[in-house]
Design a binder for this molecule. Structure first.
Ligand SMILES: C[S@@+](CC[C@H](N)C(=O)[O-])C[C@H]1O[C@@H](n2cnc3c(N)ncnc32)[C@H](O)[C@@H]1O
Length: 244
């Protein structure tokens, strides 16, 4: 079973601390030219349902966890935007092919909440950037965010558990693999702990990945309010675009 399948019922409670990203991604959808809007690693539809509800645009949401997509489908129905949300099961690196083919080149592709870090190392991320560049329309944008890796924070969190509402999160740091493992457990009888793995990347690695795929870096922000990225930033928020 995919780790996120087991996390799906508890995901929104776990991710609830992250809210500032939603208006940012919605604003990009408002700004986007006509054409498909895509969310990669759509999860439970936290961002996609808001984009559909607030812009009236159709959003294609891709995820490899059937359990997460099931929650997203229910949320879209509850928000009255089921007809605007096109959820597809698959690996985001296959965007543009097979069941993840689009009717037209995309005007906006987003990948919120650090989901690119689930792709192992440079090679898997590079595959994704190539698929995004091939799928975007000229002038189309790709936006994503990732945490800024802090070796002191990683070392001090290593081996510690913290509580997020009803959920516990246990962190393990594997520096030789650029990896952080998060084990999330609900503490309820019969609920198995689930571990997800994140391969962190730096600003220059992300910029290299985008440029290597033929995209231009439009902006790197330090938060979703579009404040500048600097030494105090804890998040990298990128917008890249395909040359017109
Ligand atoms: C942190 S959640 C983010 C969900 C959602 N984007 C949000 O902002 O709440 C990460 C999601 O990435 C999905 N995922 C991980 N690797 C993937 C891949 N290679 N292709 C598609 N989805 C993937 C997981 O199933 C999970 O739903």
């Amino acid at each position: 079973m995919d780790a996120y399948d087991g996390l799906a019922p508890n995901y929104d409670a776990w991710a609830g601390y992250m809210e500032d990203d939603i208006p940012f991604y919605v604003s990009l959808a408002h700004e986007a030219a006509p054409g498909p809007v895509v969310e990669l690693a759509v999860g439970t539809g936290r961002v996609t349902v808001a984009i559909a509800a607030e812009t009236g645009r159709t959003v294609v949401g891709v995820d490899m966890s059937a359990g997460m997509l099931e929650v997203a489908r229910a949320k879209a129905r509850a928000a009255g935007v089921e007809a605007l949300v096109d959820l597809r099961l698959g690996d985001m690196r296959a965007l543009g092919t097979g069941s993840l083919a689009l009717d037209a080149p995309a005007s906006l592709i987003v990948c919120p909440f650090r989901s690119l870090l689930h792709l192992r190392g440079w090679e898997e991320k590079a595959e994704l950037f190539r698929a995004v560049a091939a799928t975007l329309a000229p002038g189309g944008r790709f936006a994503w965010n990732a945490f800024v890796f802090d070796p002191h924070a990683a070392a001090s969190a290593d081996g510690y558990a913290s509580r997020h509402g009803d959920l516990w999160e246990y962190v393990e740091h594997a520096p030789a693999d650029n990896r952080i493992d998060l084990t999330v457990y609900a503490g309820a009888p019969g609920v198995e702990p689930r571990t997800v793995q994140l391969w962190w990347a730096t600003r220059s690695e992300f910029e290299g990945l985008a440029r290597g795929a033929g995209l231009e870096i439009e902006a790197v922000y330090g938060w979703f309010d579009r404040s500048p990225y600097d030494d105090r930033s804890t998040e990298m928020v990128f917008i890249a675009s395909k040359p017109a």
